[in-house]
Design a protein around this ligand. Structure first.
Ligand code: SAM
Length: 171
């Protein structure tokens, strides 16, 4: 199951950090590709820097036309929004198709067309919070925790410890 994250509404001045965090969550929580709606080299470079140290995993792309991207996607299209169906009531159905997934998250106001283009509008609870939190919870519930055991073939690797920090570096 290949997972693509589409981040809508990226604003160059305000959203660099949050879009970078979306990329880091996508990569650490089992997604394969991040699609942004605008080209922002700083966001790309920050995510690639982490990839270079900790293991390559995330493909990054810019969509020329996001609505066309959503329409053309082959697989399940899922929009995360507080107005959707509570994840508790739909995640089993979404998981069991086994099809590739496009997970759409917003920033500023999401165009109303998105709500009707997708197969599922999913709420991580029906309260407003954050696109980063929504994405992390969605992916964790989709993979039921298995994504946290994923192996990254990086230059650096953490040896988990009760206390302190142990990192092996491969050259
Ligand atoms: N009015 C927005 C909405 O539809 O969820 C909240 C805007 S929030 C600043 C930006 C993004 O965070 C939203 O587009 C959505 O993808 C995500 N988000 C925030 N709260 C959410 C929730 N409870 N469930 C799912 N996604 C959420």
């Amino acid at each position: 199951m290949h997972i693509t994250i589409l981040r809508l509404g990226h604003r160059h001045m305000r959203d660099k950090r949050i879009s970078t965090h979306i990329g880091l969550v996508a990569r650490a929580f089992g997604a394969d590709k991040l699609v942004l709606d605008v080209r922002d080299p700083e966001v790309r470079d920050s995510i690639k820097k982490v990839d270079n140290e900790w293991g390559p995993s995330l493909e990054i792309e810019v969509a020329e036309d996001c609505m066309e991207y959503i329409k053309d996607f082959k697989g399940d299209r899922i929009h995360l929004t507080m107005y959707g169906i509570n994840i508790n009531d739909c995640i089993n159905e979404i998981r069991k198709t086994g099809r590739d997934k496009l997970v759409i998250i917003g920033g500023k106001k999401v165009p109303s067309e998105v709500y009707s283009l997708v197969d599922h509008n999913v709420a991580i609870g029906n309260q407003p919070h954050s696109e980063v939190a929504a994405l992390a919870v969605f992916l964790d519930r989709l993979f039921q925790g298995a994504e946290l055991e994923r192996k990254f073939d990086g230059r650096k690797k953490i040896i988990p410890q009760e206390r302190g920090k142990k990192v092996i570096e491969f050259f």
